[in-house]
Design a protein around this ligand. Structure first.
Ligand code: SF4
Length: 122
């Protein structure tokens, strides 16, 4: 066991929408019985890339004792794409541009790196 950052899921706030599954490149999050779950804590690197996309605020990052992140296991997870993930401004998908989850006007959105400056600076 080590003390490190890891994603925390508040099941009382989770509506099971599944929007947090695709952003987790390591495959640590899956929907089980209608709720998001960390299926294997050694797959969660605690970076929190999923946090910004949750529309209900169910995801956060905390520091606690858990098992170590297993980079080899994480990198061996099958790659997955989600065609519903697109930049909210230009509609580019993840095969075209780098996409970043963000909160904007009280909504969870994806924005590509080309549109991000316009979002920030107007
Ligand atoms: S994005 Fe949030 S509400 Fe949707 S499944 Fe994930 S934790 Fe639950």
């Amino acid at each position: 066991m080590v003390k490190r950052t890891i994603v925390k899921i508040d099941e009382s706030k989770c509506n099971g929408c599944g929007q947090c599954v695709a952003p987790c490149a390591e495959g640590a999050i899956q929907i089980v019985d209608g709720k998001a779950k960390i299926v294997s804590e050694d797959l969660c690197d605690g970076m929190g890339f999923c946090v910004g996309i949750c529309p209900t605020g169910a995801l956060s990052v905390e520091e606690r004792h858990t098992i170590e992140f297993n980079r080899e296991k994480a990198e061996a997870q099958p790659a997955k794409t989600d065609e519903s993930i697109r930049c909210f401004m230009c509609r580019s998908g993840e095969s075209e541009r780098y996409l970043i989850p963000a909160r904007h006007n009280m909504e969870s959105i994806w924005v590509c790196t080309r549109c991000l400056p316009a979002l920030i600076h107007g």
